[in-house]
Design a protein around this ligand. Structure first.
Ligand SMILES: Cc1ncc(C[n+]2csc(CCOP(=O)(O)OP(=O)(O)O)c2C)c(N)n1
Length: 354
C-alpha cells in the first residue's frame, strides 16, 4: 500500500512589460526598432479597424462584428511570432491576428458584410474564421499532426477564448495533439467573458493554462496585454511545437468592448471593472515603452494615425467595389462538394426571383 504523489504541475506566468510600461530588460525579446514600431502600428491599425467596423455596422453597411479591442497585444504579439509558412487557425475575433499576417482590411470587412469570398485561402496559410466555439482547435490539431507526419518544419497556431475551454472539442484537440506530437500551439485568449458568462463561471480551475496538464502538454500563462511577453512565449512555444511538443498558452487579457455588435456589456459588468482594465490597455503601455526607448514620439504617432485614416478610406472604398463584384449565387456553392437536391431547389428558386 502506498499513498504518494505521482505527478505534480506548476504553471508559470510571464510578464515583461508592466502596466506602466516599465520593462524587465533581462527578458526583452530580440526585436529591432523597426520591428517594435511595426508591432505598435499593427495594434493601432487593429484598434481603428474595429472602431470603424462598429460604426459601419451601426450604419447597416456590414453585419454582426466581433471587436477585439483590448486584445491587440495578445493577437499581434502571437501572430508576429509565426513564420509565413506556418498555419494560423482562428475563431471569430481575430482581426488583429489577420492584419499581422498581411490580410488587408477590406477582406476582413467583406467577411463581416457576409461575403464568403473573404473566406478563401489565398496568399497565406490562414484558415477562415470558425464560428462554432472551439471547433477550430480540432482543425489546428489536424494540421499540426499532418506537419508531424510530413516531418515539416512548420507549426500551427490556434486562437480560442476562455469559453472555448468548456467545449469538448478543445480538450480533444489538445489531447490528440499531445498523443500525436502535433506541431500545434493552442492560444487561449482569456478575455474574462464568454458573451455574458464571466471566467469564474467557466471552470473551478485556478488557471486555464492547467487544462494542458491532463493532455500531457506544456501550459503557461502570459500577461496578454504585454505584447513583448506574448511574442516571447509564442515564439518559444512554436519552436517546441515544430519539434513535436505542443503547448497551451493562456493570455490574460480583457475584451474592452462588446462581445459583438449585438451585445451590450453594461447589462452584465460594471464600470469599475472596465476602468480597471482600461489602465492595462496594451497599446498605451507599449507606447510608453517605445517613447522611453526614443523609438517613438508624438509626431510619429500623428503620422501613423493619419496613415491609418487614409488606409481606412481606401479599404472601405475597396470593400464597396468588391461587394459589387460578388455573385450572390456563390453562397450555394461551397458547403458541399456536390450540391444536395434541397440546395439545388433553393438555388433554382433564387434564380427565378432575381
Ligand atoms: C458551439 C457553439 N455554441 C455556442 C455558440 C454561441 N457563441 C458565440 S461566441 C460565444 C462565447 C465564446 O466565448 P469565448 O470562447 O470566451 O470567446 P470570446 O467570444 O470571448 O472571444 C458563444 C457561446 C457558438 N458560436 N458555437
Amino acid at each position: 500500500m502506498s499513498n504518494q504523489s505521482v505527478a505534480s504541475f506548476d504553471i508559470t506566468y510571464l510578464q515583461i512589460l508592466d502596466e506602466d510600461g516599465n520593462v524587465d530588460e533581462s527578458l526583452e525579446p530580440d526585436l529591432s526598432d523597426d520591428e517594435l514600431l511595426e508591432l505598435y502600428t499593427l495594434m493601432k491599425r487593429a484598434r481603428r479597424l474595429d472602431e470603424k467596423a462598429i460604426a459601419l455596422q451601426r450604419r447597416g453597411e456590414i453585419g454582426t462584428y466581433a471587436p477585439a479591442i483590448g486584445q491587440e497585444a495578445a493577437q499581434v504579439g502571437s501572430a508576429y511570432a509565426l513564420r509565413d509558412e506556418d498555419w494560423m487557425v482562428t475563431s471569430f475575433r481575430e482581426q488583429p491576428a489577420y492584419l499581422t499576417r498581411g490580410t488587408p482590411m477590406h477582406k476582413l470587412l467583406l467577411y463581416a458584410a457576409g461575403m464568403e469570398e473573404s473566406g478563401k485561402i489565398e496568399d497565406s496559410n490562414d484558415l477562415p474564421p470558425s464560428i462554432p466555439v472551439g471547433s477550430q482547435a480540432l482543425h489546428a490539431a489536424g494540421i499540426g499532426w499532418a506537419q508531424a507526419i510530413k516531418n515539416d518544419a512548420g507549426a500551427s497556431l490556434v486562437y480560442f477564448g476562455d469559453g472555448a475551454t468548456s467545449q469538448g472539442d478543445t480538450y480533444e484537440a489538445m489531447n490528440f495533439a499531445g498523443v500525436f506530437d502535433a506541431h500545434t500551439v493552442f492560444l487561449c485568449q482569456n478575455n474574462q467573458y464568454a458573451i455574458s458568462v464571466p471566467r469564474n463561471h467557466q471552470t473551478r480551475a485556478e488557471t486555464l493554462a492547467q487544462k494542458a496538464v491532463a493532455a500531457g502538454i506544456d501550459g503557461m500563462q502570459v500577461d496578454g496585454n504585454d505584447i513583448l511577453a506574448v511574442y516571447t512565449a509564442t515564439k518559444e512555444a512554436l519552436e517546441d511545437a515544430r519539434n513535436g511538443d505542443p503547448h497551451l498558452i493562456e493570455a490574460l487579457t480583457y475584451r474592452m468592448s462588446m462581445h459583438t455588435t449585438s451585445d451590450d456589456p453594461k447589462v452584465y459588468r460594471d464600470e469599475a471593472e472596465e476602468a480597471e482594465w482600461k489602465e492595462k490597455d496594451p497599446i498605451d503601455r507599449f507606447e510608453t515603452y517605445l517613447k522611453d526607448k526614443d523609438i517613438l514620439d508624438d509626431e510619429t504617432i500623428t503620422e501613423i494615425e493619419n496613415d491609418i485614416e487614409d488606409e481606412l478610406v481606401e479599404q472601405i472604398q475597396l470593400l464597396k467595389e468588391k461587394e459589387e463584384d460578388v455573385d450572390p449565387e456563390t453562397m450555394f456553392e461551397h458547403t458541399y462538394a456536390e450540391m444536395p437536391q434541397e440546395l439545388r431547389d433553393q438555388l433554382e428558386r433564387f434564380r427565378e426571383d432575381r
